[in-house]
Design a protein around this ligand. Structure first.
Ligand code: C6P
Length: 426
């Protein structure tokens, strides 16, 4: 994989901050965009802009064609049985909210169990919490072991005949853990439960083959997968989508509306109320072209070499004073590197690294139950991607050494550099 050539496709990487070249290590929050995606959005507004599925005029038909061909492109990416299994949404958050709302209208009743895990992002926790009040579901969390992997015996203990939904992330946005979705789905199906998979952190790094995963509903976000913000995907098995009521109502999702009744369109239209993000879908299709053009194996081996370098540098510079969370075995995880540097608050780490032009995320990473389970208030996270280099990993660790020196010298009265005030703790 030619990282130098890839970097040339991402114009934002030419920027400098505080006089230093940008080292962007926050791709788990959102990835940067290649020129082909930026141009696709521009192309849509320059040449194709019209609303979809509404006009009989040629321009609207072209816009509709672009939108529907993006759906076909996503279906190919996911190995879906048909494009109709692909619903465009704003992102993973909206997809899971739509799923939980839809399931609360007839499928879930009081006392039904929904199993999730302690490593979920809030977008796969809060929508289910909301169903605790109505219709009154029993929400349970599978625990993790010391290596950051799901405890499968805990899952088996929780999985009862009253379980109606098992909903979990494919890859943790904090631990990097890759969950055994197929095994989990097979066991869930044995008790008749539906399986929902949050693929927000897997789609950017590995094939999300919905047939191989064995899930019933899968969500991912375009913006983490080289695509635009505001576009994402909810995939569902055709026979399931055909039975689910829509979560949202409005224009375009109806067959007919009268004063006393409403009839819905067939999927996927039924789940796409209102004007969709047409330009976003068009851009997402080009993002998937780019990603698959790089190749999953090449991407994987590149990301692993970055993770390996990070571990070596961490060990050499800090030993046990720097703890990287999640599986020790690189084959059981993605290169999402959340860590704690002894004696320095994660927000201080991130804000001092910013002075070096290095962008990492700090905080609870929208995973507070996981932070509680790990017994930490917050972590710093470096999430490299296809455009990052070994030199950038080195820059991160050179920066961390400076941070560490700064804090080991710091007395209670010493202040951080004036242009980078110490961030307040979470
Ligand atoms: N995680 C992170 O920095 P949206 O915001 O809808 O595109 O994605 C939500 C989401 C859902 N599941 C997982 C596993 C995620 O990681 C995210 C987004 C970002 O970790 C932003 S909080």
């Amino acid at each position: 994989m030619d990282v130098r050539a890839i970097r040339r496709d991402f114009p934002i990487l030419e920027r400098t901050f505080h006089g230093k070249p940008l080292v962007y290590l926050d791709s788990a929050a959102t990835s940067q965009k290649p020129r082909s995606v930026i141009e696709a959005e521009q192309d849509f507004y320059t040449r194709l802009n019209a609303n979809v599925h509404r006009g009989v005029y040629a321009l609207s038909e072209e816009a509709t064609d672009a939108y529907e061909s993006a759906r076909t492109r996503v279906a190919r990416f996911l190995h879906a049985s048909a494009p109709e299994e692909v619903v465009f949404v704003r992102g993973t958050t909206e997809a899971i909210n739509d799923i939980s709302l839809s399931l609360s209208r007839g499928f879930l009743s009081r006392g039904d169990r929904v199993i999730t895990t302690v490593m979920e992002h809030h977008s796969n926790i809060v929508p289910w919490h909301q169903l605790r009040e109505h219709p009154g579901i029993d929400l349970q969390f599978v625990d993790i072991d010391e290596d950051g992997r799901l405890k499968m015996d805990d899952y088996d203990r929780l999985l009862t005949r009253s379980t109606k939904v098992v909903t979990l992330t494919h890859v943790s946005n904090v631990l990097g853990t890759v969950n055994p979705i197929r095994e989990i789905a097979d066991r869930a199906h044995d008790v008749g439960a539906l399986v929902v998979v949050d693929a927000a952190q897997s789609a950017p790094h590995r094939p999300v083959d919905v047939q191989a995963l064995g899930a019933d509903l899968v969500a991912f976000s375009g913006h983490k997968t080289l695509g635009p913000t505001g576009i994402g995907v909810l995939w569902g098995r055709a026979e399931l989508l055909a039975k689910l009521p829509p979560a949202q109502g409005g224009g375009e999702m109806i067959r007919e509306v009268h004063q006393t009744s409403v009839g819905y369109r067939e999927p996927p239209g039924r789940f796409e109320a209102g004007t969709p993000n047409i330009a976003g879908a068009h851009g997402l299709a080009r993002a998937l072209d780019y990603l698959e053009g790089v190749g999953w194996d090449e991407l994987r081996s590149h990301e692993r070499s970055l993770a390996r370098r990070a571990r070596e540098r961490a060990e050499a510079a800090f030993g046990p004073r720097l703890k990287i969370f999640g599986p020790a075995d690189d084959s059981a995880r993605e290169a999402v590197l959340s860590f704690q540097l002894d004696g320095v608050h994660p927000h201080d780490v991130a804000s001092l690294l910013d002075a070096e032009g290095i962008a990492v995320r700090s905080g609870h990473h929208c995973a507070q139950p996981l932070m509680e389970r790990l017994g930490v208030p917050a972590l710093t996270r470096a999430s490299p991607y296809l455009y990052n280099t070994v030199e950038e990993v080195d820059a991160l660790f050179d920066g961390l050494i400076k941070v560490d020196r700064f804090f080991s010298k710091a007395t209670p009265s010493s202040a951080p550099p004036a242009d980078h005030p110490r961030a307040s703790p979470v």
